[in-house]
Design a protein around this ligand. Sequence first.
Ligand code: ZN
Length: 383
Amino acid sequence: MLFCRGWLLKIIQGYQHRQPMSPLTFAVTLADWTDKQDMLRMMLNCLKSQTCHDFDVILADHHYDARRSVVAELSEHCSFNVWHTPVNPAPHVARRYMDCSVFNVGWVMSEAKGCVRYSEWRFLSPDFVATLLSEPADLFIDFDFHCLHDEAPWDRTTGDIMWDRVPDFGGKTKNYPITPSNCYGNVALSREKWLDVNGFNEVSFNFYHWEDIDYSARCSNSGYAAKRIVQKMVRMHHDYGQYPNRANRKVEREFKPICSACSDLISYASSNVGVDDDSIGIVSESQWSSLFDARYPQVKRVDQGRKSWHVCQKCNFIFPCVTPDGSLDYVFGDPEYKTSPIDVSGSGRNLRNLSDDLNGLSWPDKIELYKNSWENPRYLEQL
Ligand SMILES: [Zn+2]
């Protein structure tokens, strides 16, 4: 009897922690830590102010432990669910600056038909959700890049956005028969189409942060029609934090650091080639590639289709060998480039398999499965 009761309790608790189906998930990433959590307050206020509340929110948080109680408190009175998760990086892949797999967290853990990426330092018009849900579900939706150089519309005490202080940025909403090349990361798409291109690239971006171009290119190469909407999402100009993942303080679950040989190489490049230590750098990827190749005996060149990468055999630090024409040609010059790489020396996952396995699990079980997904052979299978 006790045994049955225990199982019954477990089943009930499982349902309590299970996501109900929504048409839309906001895949939120948060790396900065701001005074009185005013960034989080502002983003949640933007979501609370929506005219349509038919969505849920997955918050992938680099400061999950420290922010847990305030997220619970702030989301208590929301009419939508806020699912909070830590960002668990791959334990076996060294990174130097960015780990773009964070952008996949909300999308792969969602059960919604569609997702939109929502990064910090951005605010949303109150009809953002209503506008998105009025569009065809399979359309790639991009938001015209509106950037403010001051915080005038943001009341940092209340977290409110004063729309009467937001300028009219001009421009018109446009339709595109094929996804344009200059989309930014905060875009919306059906999860099915996102899975078809295998989400955001988890392999190639250690220094140079053009995962949005890579993603747009694969959507373009896959023939996705797009729409660019004006005046719905506004970015506030900001400095990036100097900690990994561009955070402004040390994150709780750090990615694996690069080995001493890779570190030496980067120091050499910094002093001899003029790489900016801010990691954006002024050296082209092809220069990096040849430098790495010439100076580094532990490098293995890995080829997959028409793409190749340099991989450090010691720490698994990876970056792509791009053509001399640069990054645009790397992704747009290859019309067969439609899915992000999987299993480049153990880096890059099969997100469809992972999504299938996450589907229907309770939230704690999802967090656990995600955490353990990096070296599971099922998630390294090619599509
Ligand atoms: Zn290394």
